[in-house]
Ligand binder design. Structure first.
Ligand SMILES: *Cc1c(COP(=O)(O)O)cnc(C)c1O
Length: 392
């Protein structure tokens, strides 16, 4: 058996392969440069052009570009009217920003456990968590696989509450043949470098609802509401907003990146396919599922170590893979287990057993469009090497 790098053996790779990485090319750099040399570097025409490009791609009527995905979540919660005393049901298995946004508005995130297979929020669990104070749902298309949207929208319709879809992982994904982006009341995107397209930092809210759109534009611009009847300079603030604008040169980058999105998705799905095939015959590894109702876009490729099949736990396997220079990650510690959430709301280990069980066994493998076939082969080789070594 091959000696593991963590025990002094030779690593599969010489240099660390990250789990995610942006793809930037000459066209992107040119697009940004053009704006940097122009008169308006923050509120130029590129902002609307980028919004239109994403809205058209997703089939949504309106889009509002924001400084980050987190700002987009905040904007969505704000226009949904979430305030002190309101509850929002969301998944424990997400990046903390999905739930933090509720707290920014004074609300309480209430978690509902996931499906064991898709890792997305389970509508039956949502039903158990509804109360008189429930104002909205924040659902997350984990790793790029759409949620059970029909069931979730039925719940929201019956209850008369808003659905905010955190699609930070899911730009380009499809649910029953329709693109994510116009299927919930509001859909959130992130353009952080590890996501499907990047603007450095950046985010967006998509919606079909004109009133949300108008309010969000005011929210991202300090809460300033123009009132031309009082003069062309005149604005008023009814409620303080934020400076959550995205710059013109970032939007120019976004427009340029959108041209490559389909190719990025194709590459992500191809790499996921190679992983699926390589791990198919390994009973120690639980692979991500793809449901026939959806097209997944694989922001992440997460494997779970099947309990009791290895002599090592997740942490040991993780550290062994890192030593092989494979930049594995873990997404995510369930949100209710963060100290703030435990202390403020009394959440504790055991509250969401499926999210916690997933967390104990999950490892995210590198996956990004700029990965070479050689890189993919290295990851597969390292996983096989480590699993073979620790096989029970
Ligand atoms: C990345 C991410 C966010 C936040 O986006 P930023 O652009 O980093 O602020 C929110 N939710 C999920 C699920 C994410 O993965």
């Amino acid at each position: 058996m091959e000696e593991l790098a963590i025990m002094g053996g030779r690593p599969v790779r010489k240099t660390l392969l990250p789990y995610g990485h942006q793809w930037l090319d000459g066209g992107d750099i040119k697009a940004v440069n053009r704006v940097l040399k122009s008169d308006f570097i923050t509120q130029g025409p590129e902002v609307q052009a980028f919004e239109k490009s994403v809205a058209d791609y997703c089939g949504a009527r309106y889009a509002v570009a924001l400084a980050s995905g987190t700002a987009a979540l905040h904007a969505a919660c704000w226009v949904a009217g979430i305030s002190s005393g309101d509850e929002v049901v969301t998944t424990p298995l997400t990046f903390a920003a999905s739930a933090n946004a509720v707290i920014y508005c004074g609300g309480k995130p209430v978690f509902a456990d996931i499906y064991e297979d898709t890792l997305n929020i389970n509508p039956d669990e949502i039903r158990k968590k509804l109360s008189d104070r429930t104002k909205a749902l924040i659902i997350v298309d984990f790793a790029g696989l759409p949620c059970a949207l029909d069931e979730i929208k039925d719940i929201a319709r019956q209850k008369g509450i808003v659905v905010i879809e955190d699609a930070a992982h899911a730009l380009g994904a499809e649910y029953r043949g329709r693109k994510i982006g116009a299927l919930s009341d509001m859909t959130i995107l992130s353009f952080h470098p590890v996501k499907h397209i990047t603007t450095g930092e950046g985010g967006m809210v998509l919606t079909d609802k004109g009133t949300y759109y108008e309010k969000m534009k005011i929210f991202r611009h300090h809460g300033m509401r123009p009132k031309p009847e009082n003069g062309p300079w005149y604005y008023e603030i009814d409620e303080p907003g934020y400076n959550y604008r995205l710059t013109s040169f970032q939007c120019a980058l976004g427009i340029s990146q959108m041209k490559k999105l389909e190719a990025f998705i194709k590459r992500r799905r191809a790499i996921a396919g190679q992983y699926n095939e390589a791990f198919a015959a390994m009973p120690e590894i639980i692979r991500p599922v793809e449901k026939d109702y959806a097209k997944a876009v694989y922001h992440l490729y997460v494997i779970q170590i099947k309990p009791r099949t290895l002599k090592a736990g997740r942490r040991q396997v993780f550290e062994a893979l890192r030593a092989e220079n494979v930049g594995v990650q873990v997404h995510y510690l369930p949100v209710h287990l963060h100290p703030y959430y435990r202390n403020r709301f009394g959440y504790k280990a055991g509250d969401y057993p499926l999210a916690e069980k997933y967390y104990d066994h999950a490892i995210t493998l590198p996956l990004f469009p700029a990965m070479k076939d050689r890189d993919v082969a290295d990851v597969i080789k390292a996983v096989k090497k480590v699993v073979n070594y620790y096989r029970a």
